[in-house]
Write a protein that binds this ligand. Structure first.
Ligand code: ATP
Length: 229
């Protein structure tokens, strides 16, 4: 599903690599935590999967294609198959919950009748039935993140990338978001989540890939945040 073969990313000539000959393979249906100190390369990994950045060397395979060689016009097609969720939710403040989710379907060319049925389905999946007409500022942080997850999932992507999705949430709310991501994973979506949230990682016991200075220093099944204990 995602395979990094000897991937190096150097942003500026002379700078030390953000990823340094990284080899990482993620199979369909896996749930993976990416951990490591600030600056270790987690966001860079996610940017390379999305082809927001291009690898300096090595091969980045996503859904069977080498995205380092992909022509620019094919990139939107790639991104349609990948949902993304961020720490800061990134909702459109002037639009209702319904419209925030609907927008993701409009850009992929869905009909109005599809949108009328698919948006409530996605909102129901994240536990937000009946909140269609709310504005983002009328929702709690946890609810806003649920809207962002509904938006990411409404096109039924094969991969969900989450960059610190619980970073702005309290521990209880974070757990709710995690059980939602776990549910999404169990229904077949491959989930990759970059996080600093040690409690969550320790609780979930999923695969943990640890980066340091752009290198993979640990890859552990049913792992914990801080390495072997
Ligand atoms: N757009 C960019 N231009 C130049 N350097 C960058 C850019 N993005 C990241 N870097 C550098 O690449 C390295 C890895 O950064 P990256 O954001 O991938 O780390 P991270 O593990 O996601 O950190 P954090 O946990 O703080 O989000 C850092 O040294 C960072 O300064």
């Amino acid at each position: 599903m995602i395979e990094f073969v000897n991937v190096t990313k150097i942003y500026q000539r002379g700078a030390k690599p953000a990823l340094d000959h990284a080899n990482i393979g993620i199979e369909k249906g896996e749930f993976v935590f990416l951990v490591g100190p600030s600056g270790s390369g987690k966001s860079t990994f996610l940017s390379l999967v999305l082809r927001e950045e291009r690898a300096t060397s090595g091969k980045v395979m996503v859904l069977g294609r080498d995205v380092t060689r992909m022509s620019r016009w094919k990139v939107p097609q790639l991104r349609r198959q990948i949902g993304t969720v961020f720490q800061d939710f990134r909702l459109l403040e002037g639009k209702t919950v319904f419209d925030n989710v609907a927008l993701a379907l409009q850009v992929t060319g869905h009909s109005r009748s599809d949108i009328r049925s698919m948006v409530p389905e996605a909102l129901s999946m994240v536990g937000l039935d009946g909140k269609e007409k709310r504005m983002p500022h009328e929702l709690s942080g946890g609810e806003q993140q649920r809207v962002a997850i509904a938006r990411a999932m409404v096109n039924r992507p094969q991969i969900l990338l989450a960059d610190e999705p619980t970073g702005n949430l309290d521990p209880t709310t974070s757990l709710g978001i995690m059980s939602l991501l776990d549910h999404i994973n169990r229904t077949g979506t491959t989930v990759v989540m970059a996080t600093h949230d040690d409690e969550i990682v320790d609780q979930m016991r999923m695969r943990v890939i640890e980066l340091r200075d752009g290198s993979v220093i640990r890859d552990q099944d049913r792992g914990v945040y801080g390495g072997l204990r």
